[in-house]
Design a protein around this ligand. Structure first.
Ligand code: COA
Length: 152
């Protein structure tokens, strides 16, 4: 599983218990998963169709640095299924897991469309696609993030 994005838990992300609010975490996860699905399927028109049980394994506190991880577990005809995990960047302690998130690839009419993908594309393959002009070039900061990922 690749952990792409890091977040710093700030006061505005806390619940009344003083720990990370689940709603903030879910928003981050949904966004991260959508970006992952867009990259894997080469299509900006993907929507979240289904999320399985969410296990809030342990809490995070203000000042913690956490990281969001995704991996594709199944390529369907029009769908992509992912597994997600959030963990503490320093201790690696698991904070949340979602066993199954399903994204659907849509056409310009918003209807499910075949995506033709069967396996995970890694960063180097994505770079090659950018070079060939098949995929829109990333911004400088996205480039940095991908380069960093390649170095690990
Ligand atoms: C996404 C949407 C167009 C799919 O329509 P649909 O009629 O369910 O489409 P289908 O029945 O053809 O299913 C599409 C794919 O989703 C999968 N799917 C549908 N329901 C599912 C469920 N409950 N769990 C897991 N997968 C499911 C199907 O198996 C199919 O995958 P496959 O083609 O890889 O085999 C429609 O449900 C929709 O617009 N939902 C709202 C999405 C949304 O707004 N999300 C929140 C914001 S991003």
């Amino acid at each position: 599983m690749n952990f792409h994005t890091r977040k710093w838990v700030k006061p505005e992300d806390l619940n009344p218990n003083g720990t990370l609010f689940g709603g903030s975490l879910l928003r981050w996860i949904d966004e991260e998963a959508a970006i992952y699905a867009i990259s894997q399927l080469d299509n900006q028109r993907v929507v979240t169709k289904f999320m399985s049980e969410i296990n809030f394994v342990s809490s995070a506190r203000q000042g913690d640095v956490i990281e969001l991880g995704m991996t594709a577990t199944h390529f369907g005809r029009t769908s992509l299924t992912l597994r997600a995990e959030v963990r503490n960047k320093i201790t690696r302690k698991s904070i949340l897991t979602v066993e199954k998130m399903v994204f659907v690839n849509l056409d310009e009419n918003g209807e499910p469309a075949l995506h033709g993908r069967t396996q995970i594309r890694y960063a180097d393959e994505l770079f090659e696609a950018y070079r060939r002009g098949k995929v829109e070039a990333p911004t400088a900061s996205e480039d940095e993030a991908r380069l960093e990922e390649l170095m690990h």
